[in-house]
Design a protein around this ligand. Structure first.
Ligand SMILES: C[S@@+](CC[C@H](N)C(=O)[O-])C[C@H]1O[C@@H](n2cnc3c(N)ncnc32)[C@H](O)[C@@H]1O
Ligand code: SF4
Length: 378
């Protein structure tokens, strides 16, 4: 049975960060139409429900944007609506993304009581000057307090960090890193800063970005220091303590199914002998209007043509250090292995992929040049 996840998008932030190309819009809290939006999330969920009849939801992820701007009572009301209309697993992982600048000492208990059992805190750096340059609304002290207070209520916490920041040297990276690994979190997401088109950083690129050589050294340092602290580097940017992988993201990478509700949210659902993808309207107003006029906020729904499945599957699965079993290919793509065998063997010859008899995974060389390994399947 293919696992099912649910992604719930919250599109607003107090301030748009200059590097960010997520579907998020800055808004002051008083202007956010929270009640209307929460109603729309419920309606949009109901719209999609027939596609996953009788299936159990294994993970839920409130992402953004900054969903920690939501009232805990809104989250509770959404979760109880979902469980009245569908089956949520009793061991479901339910994550909330949180910006430290939006939390106070009461938030944590309220979110925990609303049903959230995993918190993902967007720290980015523990260096005040870097935080300022990234346009963040919080300081190092605020981030440290957020993590410590969150730990009173949550035993499963991710910290988001970025490296390759303007003016960042190896020493700066090391001080961020040693604080990060010492915080007793169960998971770290360590992203290399990318300059995305259409962002403020693309229009006015920051000065003094580290060289590629320095970035490589940083990556190596992150790998050695996290491994000393018993973090498993299980995905390109993901480091987890034993048994604490992000189950929600793992389901994306293992080509599982998911519903996506909210502006810009994507879904992937297998039914009959087809795989469908859905795309929602990006702008919150347009999305809410569509939901309220019974369109579910859905801009597009299409079945993936089988020719595209090898690349889509490998793009995801090869991000995982341990890859996947060969059986997973057939279960998740609904295609026989013979469809992709020749290309896989080509990757084995190039020393980018391990022989498929074992597992579908990259070699150490393929892990280093992941794009090349994935492009074989284009
Ligand atoms: C939706 S945000 C997390 C929650 C919240 N909005 C926040 O920023 O605190 C997801 C994460 O993606 C990462 N991210 C966003 N834009 C990035 C970029 N251009 N390069 C690298 N990482 C990025 C950041 O680490 C960020 O915390
Ligand atoms: S990084 Fe987070 S807080 Fe900043 S704009 Fe993007 S979603 Fe909003």
């Amino acid at each position: 049975m293919i696992p099912l996840s649910l992604y719930v998008h919250w599109p607003w932030c107090l301030k748009k960060c200059p590097y960010c190309d997520f579907n998020s819009y800055s808004k002051s809290q008083k202007d956010i139409p929270e009640e209307r939006y929460v109603d729309c999330l419920k309606k949009a969920f109901l719209h999609q429900l027939p596609w996953v009849k009788d299936r159990t939801i294994e993970t839920i992820f409130f992402g953004g944007g900054t969903p920690s701007l939501m009232k805990a009572s809104s989250i509770e009301s959404i979760l109880s609506f979902i469980s009245q209309n569908a089956q949520i697993s009793s061991t479901a992982e339910i994550t909330l993304e949180a910006n430290p600048g939006t939390l106070n000492s009461e938030s944590y208990r309220a979110f925990r009581q609303s049903g959230i059992n995993r918190l993902s805190i967007g720290v980015q750096s523990f260096d005040d000057r870097k935080l300022q340059c990234l346009g963040r609304i919080h300081s190092k002290e605020v981030a440290l307090t957020a993590i410590r207070e969150a730990q009173q209520e949550f035993d499963n916490i991710n910290i988001d960090l970025m490296f390759g920041l303007p003016t960042q040297g190896l020493e700066d990276l090391c001080s961020d890193l040693s604080l990060a690994v010492s915080m007793n979190s169960t998971h770290l997401s360590y992203y290399q800063l990318t300059i995305e088109p259409q962002t403020m950083f693309a229009k006015r690129p920051p000065l003094n970005l580290p060289s590629i050589d320095l970035i490589d050294q940083m990556q190596e340092k992150i790998e050695t220091e996290t491994s000393k602290q018993n973090f498993d580097h299980y995905e390109v940017s993901g480091y987890a303590k034993p048994g604490r992988y992000c189950r929600h993201n793992l389901n994306y990478w293992e080509f599982g199914d998911y519903l996506g509700v909210g502006p810009g949210a994507h879904g992937k659902i297998t039914y009959g002998n087809k795989i469908f993808r859905t795309v929602s309207f990006s702008h919150p107003k347009k999305w809410m209007n569509s939901v309220e006029s019974s369109g579910g906020g859905i801009k597009e729904k299409y079945s993936v043509i089988p020719e595209n499945l090898p690349f889509e599957f490998m793009l995801n699965i090869l991000r995982l250090r341990k890859g996947a079993s060969k059986e997973l290919w057939e279960e998740r793509t609904l295609l026989p292995w013979s469809v992709v065998e020749e290309k896989w063997n080509q990757g084995v010859k190039q020393k980018l992929l391990e022989p498929a008899e074992n597992r579908l995974q990259t070699t150490p060389l393929g892990w280093q040049f992941l794009n090349n390994a994935q492009e074989i399947f284009l």
